[in-house]
Each structure stands twice: as C-alpha cells, then as structure tokens.
Design a binder for this molecule. Sequence first.
Ligand code: GLY
Length: 368
Amino acid sequence: MTSVHVALGTRGYDILIEAGALARSGELLAPLAKGRPMPIVTDANLKAQLNALRESLNAVGIETQAIVVPAGEGSKSWEMLAFVMDRLLDMGIERSDHVIALGGGVIGDLVGFAASILKRGCRFVQVPTSLLAQVDSSVGGKTAINTPAGKNLVGAFHQPSFVLIDPLVLETLPPRELRSGYAEVVKYGLIDDAGFFAWCEANGEALLAGDIEAREVAIAHSVAAKARIVAEDERETSGRRALLNLGHTFGHALEAETGFSDRLLHGEAVAAGMALAYAFSASEGLCDPADADRVAAHLKAVGLPHDLRSAGVDASGATLVAHMRHDKKMEAGTLPFLLTRGIGATYLDRTVSLDRVAAFLDSHTVPA
Ligand code: GLY
C-alpha cells in the first residue's frame, strides 16, 4: 500500500494505491461520505467493478445509486454531460456530496467536469480502472468533454477529493489497452527520471505480463511524479506541467491522421510520439542518437509503436505538420514542443521550426 499526497493546499488530496483497495472502498470512503449517499457514475463495461464497489460501500451503510453511460469516447459529450447532471440533480445531490467516477479516462473527465459545474462545484472521487487513468488522467484535476470543434475543448480544472487505485482491476483490462497505458508510465522516466526509465527497461515486460508488484511500483512511482509536477504548476502556466505532454504533439498528429480511432489508441500514439520527439531531438543534435535508439528499442520490446511505420501511419511530413497546426497547444502561431537533451532531460522549446519537423518526418524510419 502506498499513499501519495497532491500538495495543493486546501485543494490537496491523497491518492491511495493498494492491491485489493476496491474491496475495501467502503471503509476507505466512509470518512468522505459522512453519512450521505455516494452516487457512482460508470460505464456499461464495468459491471463487476461496480458491483464490488457498491457491495463494499453498502456494507458500511453508504447508500449508492449508479448512473451508467455507454463505454467509449463518445460519452464525453454535451448530451452525456446533461444526462449525468440531470440524474445527479434528481438524486438530490448536495454541494458537499461526493460523486464517484468509476472508470477510465472518459468517465473521469466526464464526471470531473460535471462535478466542477454542478451546484457551482461539488466533490468527486476518482476510482480509475485503466492503467492510463491510474497513472495519468485521474490525477491532477484536468476534466473535459469533446465538442464538434475538437477534443477536450470544453472543461475545467477541478481536483478530486481522493483517488483510489486498485492495481487488481487491471487484470481484466484488454492487453492492448494495458500496453497503451504503459506508454504513460514510460513517459515519467523520459521526462526527468533516467533511473525510472532504466527500471522500465528491466521490469516493463513483467509488468505487462501480470506482475502485480511491478504494477504497484510503477503506478506509485508515476503518480508521485505526476503529483509533484501538478503541485508545482496546477494550471499549466509555468511550463512545468507542460512536460507531461511529452510525445503528445507528434502523437496528436498521428491520432488525427488515423481519425482518433481504434487504429491507434491514445497511449500508442504517445509512445510513437515520444520516440519521434527523441529521434527529432537527436536529428537536431540536441541529444545523443543512442538515447533515441534506446527509447525506440524499449517501446518496440514491449510491443508499442516506436516510429511512423509501426504506428500504421504513411503520411507526408507536411500532412502531419498540418494536423499539428490544429493542436490546441498552438499559441501565437507557434507550437511548444517537448524536446530532450537525453533520457530524463525533457524540456519545452517554443522555437521549433515546423518545416524542420516536416523534413524530419519525411526522412525518419527506424529499421524494421
Ligand atoms: N495529462 C496531462 C496533464 O494532466 O497535464
């Protein structure tokens, strides 16, 4: 069992990582419930997890009502936001009540945003059920829905009151989704922790194969890294939190090119994006090419995309850069890029020439 505190003063909260925590959620959440009911929002694929959560809450006398939305990114919509909020209002939710978000990133983003505006801000608890949500999206208070204009364009910073992470729930996660979430674990090593990247090289395959201890270590380490960064730059204004976007600008172009579809999952795009960020940095003479090779080799070893070809993308540099120009991080005509001086030495560069990025993408392929 590990507990990590997100040090944000009055908005601070704890993240508990414990194999079996879901079965103990009643005793863990009772101090927050204070005798009030706890509504649960989840998706239709999580029946077993919902039953386990309800059973544990009911056993300590916490009343629950479930709101079930369809699984998938489509639920991050105005319609589903209105549906969830109307249901919570019908249930008589009060401002100091806690809504439980049980699910992956979609549920966390949707419920967090609903909580941020319901009664001008009510409380919520994250119970993430995917590796990606456990190591990234459930921590840090970014919430959003998608609109026809793009992904995550309507949202709020709204911190949860508690994050309960049970690595055992990953046992039923499809292997491809698990691997996709693992890309975000590797990201923490590549950002500023070369020792953790070396740990990933040594333990990543065991983690993906089911080693619970390795999963707990990786989640706790990732969450602690994210908590530190969020505490330093909660609203992404100083550039520190932007480091968490490593691989996301290249990755965004790959996701756009593949239609934000199952052809390339978000974490897969981030994996290829990180490898490309390292390879681009090497091609610009900023980092040792051996470091870029090491990153690509690890991603390849665990079955993640590590270049354009393995990401299933066959587009010109100009096409991919055109997607980048629509990235919401675009500011005053420039796009901040996360580049690197080596493993664990990522930095933000606002002076990158998109023409050079396009030329690099046209020339870069890792030998099969
Ligand atoms: N996933 C990036 C962030 O939370 O800032």
